[in-house]
Design a protein around this ligand. Sequence first.
Ligand code: HEC
Length: 143
Amino acid sequence: MKSTFKTMIFLSMAATLGLLSASVSAADANDTTLSAAGDAVKGKRVFNRCRACHNLTATARTRIGPNLDNLFGRKAGAADGFKYSKALQDATFDWSEAALDSWLSQPRKFLPGNKMAFPGLRKEQDRKDLMAYLREATVETAE
Ligand code: HEC
């Protein structure tokens, strides 16, 4: 019990420092712990801070940032036709809630050299709410 707790502390510290960015596994993409603690209606409002740069469907016009359709489980830096920074081109992880949480809290620290001009979402609850919204709004189903 005690060591599990220590491991958790270590993991959250490592995630904050970006140490885990290269080792997020596909299984993590199905982990909904953070979005489950969020409110999608509020999250839609939080997304207003992303909206100028990101669309959420594959067919929408690309803005300043890549479209975020099917984000969870998607390889980082892999939206068709988007010219990513070298940092994202070279990234080897898939987007999970844990990865997105670190990215959104401190984009620069999580992946140095990225070109997303966004200071970060400081409030943990804002990130959870946003994730609840993104879980709904980024899913694209085949017609
Ligand atoms: C000022 C424009 C801007 C804002 C605001 C912004 N982004 Fe971005 N975002 C970008 C750019 C540009 C990139 C590509 C960065 C790179 O190539 O290094 C990016 C990349 C991303 C990625 C990586 C996508 C991939 O394909 O790997 C995610 C996820 C993301 N942004 C989410 C968000 C969310 C969520 C918000 C709001 C909280 C947000 N961004 C706000 C411009 C923005």
